[in-house]
Design a protein around this ligand. Sequence first.
Ligand code: HPA
Ligand code: ZN
Length: 341
Amino acid sequence: MTDGFASARERAAFIAGLPKAELHLHIEGSLEPELMFELARRNGIAIPFASVAEVRAAYAFSNLQDFLDIYYQGMGVLQTEQDFHDLTAAYLARANADAVRHVEIFFDPQGHTERGVAFATAIGGITRALDDARTRDGISSRLIMCFLRHLSEAAADATLDEALPFLDRIDGVGLDSSEVGHPPSKFERVFARARALGLKVVAHAGEEGPPAYVHEALDLLKVDRIDHGNRSLEDAALVARLVSEGMTLTVCPLSNLKLCVVDDAAAHPLKAMLDAGLRATVNSDDPSYFGGYVNANYLAVADALDLSKADLVTLARNSFTGSFLSDGDKAKHLAAIDAYL
Ligand code: HPA
Ligand code: ZN
């Protein structure tokens, strides 16, 4: 076991210091129960939990929708620009501790504007914390605004209108929330508009939805990356296409376990993805809800799938190669991985 390492402990230490990027992280999904209580108190908002332990006990999900119901409820405590700042700063401190050198984070503006919190409030707090992390810790970042796919394309279009004054702070658009029944084709026009504005485009596809949704994301949304993409493996022609196009998949192991996308860690498809030549990456998705930040995700699959040192290095390299950094910055990070070795 532990190919290339003397022990599992040595492998854990290697992961801990390995320079990496995180490409699939919903900032609202990093809201830890302790901060939820603090913000509820600060803002005079009632939450239906008596203790942190009670909150954690509620995080038992049997599918994506189970999780989303509690995720949208949880974000209700986010009211002020300072709240969004504190949320983002807390995530960035965790990322820094996990040797994350670059982050591309999602936020869900419709989850806030729908309940009367201004777009400017959310993006202002998030970007202030991103700026601080860049200055203080040297962590670079991109910000991706997601459309909630259970809402209409017209609502996504209105959200893109609201984003126009902030386009200097937004690097891309994404598509998240309830997947099945809300295919990428529903958002073809708004994604074309986003691309015309020069934004990068990504979409969650093949998490619970069929391989056809991954095809649609590629053909109709013309995505730069696929978020999750697990079910692509059911379609050999699709796998061949993803490999030949060098498409990055932002895979989220602990999320897949908590949302029952995968039955147990040993059955996780990450190793199969790497062996097929797919550009897979490891990410934490909603770490507060799914039980761990990015290094915990690396560790879970490293242990369950007995990943080698070469596999781990490939995953870290993929995280930079698949990012929206410039070629020069990618080369700098890849060289830092070489230096780490
Ligand atoms: N899938 C879809 N939508 C989401 C997720 C996810 O894992 N996390 C937050 N919104
Ligand atoms: Zn996600």
